[in-house]
Design a protein around this ligand. Structure first.
Ligand code: MLT
Length: 325
């Protein structure tokens, strides 16, 4: 009997040491960060900037894997099914909260199948058009779309993407349909906007800002309650004639459910260290995004925010009319 007790105590001690050692050594190899949209889009840009700074404190490479399709849900499903060992992480935005409303048969649960690590940044979307679109302000932008019902091509990154959500609410607000064109991300969509193959888009400033400033596309309004510093001359949608039209696109970092807490703690610390870095803050700010404060870069803050966004957007999306394509 005595021997049995000693043996089981020894086992507990060894497994405790192994776990602690494992967590202490983590990470011992490169980490994969899944981005659920194509490269060069706003989610990809957000993730690559974050990965660069998180890898400093983790002392390991973070490799981006773009897994696009169906508005980010294919990448999310892959992340949910990944091994919970700390070597697969996942970045997503507001689309993680709206997915259950757009996809009632979703193969994963945005809350139950993930370990939240923390929020990353907040950003605005911009209504933009190809350079030669026949509108000089938001009023003419809307008038032209209304006068050409169903003919103006509007890009998005798939049903449930942030660009789709903006387009959906915009069509509801002006009670006019556009011709929706879906892409694997708004990075590829931007290429078609720049070439004039696509007429308009509602996309995040992290993708649109450089092209607005170079004059290669035109901006008409931002979707945040206040104007943003890097585009001071672009009015808010509310100012421009779409009362209370507000969408702020937030990005966050997750791991698969079951990832051990010591590893989640290490990743949270690395996220917080990255978000405190002034160069990271400037990189995001130059693109119109704002790194979140430390109190929001925590699992608890993200869990609460994600749940509140699921609760907020579900009824709005389910009420949406014919435009929810
Ligand atoms: C979106 O529309 O959800 C994003 O802009 C997609 C992307 O990051 O490409």
């Amino acid at each position: 009997m005595f021997q049995k007790i000693v043996k089981s105590l020894a086992y507990i001690l060894v497994s405790l040491l192994a776990t602690t050692a494992g967590a202490k050594q983590y990470p011992t190899k490169a980490i994969t960060l899944i981005v659920p949209f194509a490269s060069t889009g706003p989610s990809d840009t957000t993730a690559r900037i974050l990965a660069q700074f998180m890898s400093f404190s983790l002392k390991q490479k973070i490799v981006i894997e773009n897994i696009s399709g169906t508005g980010g849900t294919i990448g999310a499903a892959r992340a949910a099914q990944s091994a919970p060992d700390g070597y697969t992480l996942f970045v997503h935005h507001i689309g993680h909260a709206t997915a259950p409303a757009f996809y009632p048969e979703l193969s994963y649960d945005p809350i139950k199948d993930f370990e939240p690590i923390g929020l990353i940044n907040d950003g605005a979307q911009t209504f933009v058009s190809r350079a030669d679109f026949p509108a000089k302000d938001f009023e003419e932008f809307v008038a032209y779309i209304k006068a050409n019902k169903g003919k103006v091509s509007m890009a998005n990154a798939g049903t449930g993407s942030a660009s789709h959500l903006c387009g959906l609410l915009f069509q509801e607000a002006i009670q006019t349909e556009v011709a929706t064109v879906q892409f694997s991300g708004t990075g590829p969509a931007m290429r078609d906007l720049l070439s004039g193959r696509i007429d308009v888009m509602c996309d995040q400033t992290t993708n649109t800002t450089p092209h607005i400033k170079s004059g290669k596309i035109k901006a008409y309004a931002v979707t945040t309650p206040k104007r943003i510093g890097i585009l001071p001359d672009v009015p808010t949608a509310d100012e421009a004639g779409l009362p209370n039209f507000e969408i702020s696109v937030w990005h966050a970092l997750y791991a698969p459910k079951g990832t051990p807490k010591p590893i989640i703690d290490q990743l949270t610390k690395a996220l917080q260290a990255a978000l405190q870095n002034n160069i990271l803050k400037l990189r995001y700010a130059d693109l119109g995004a704002e790194a979140v404060s430390q109190d929001r870069a925590t699992p608890e803050a993200l869990r609460a925010h994600l749940q509140s966004e699921i609760d907020r957007w579900g009824p709005i999306i389910r009420k949406a009319g014919v435009y929810a394509n």
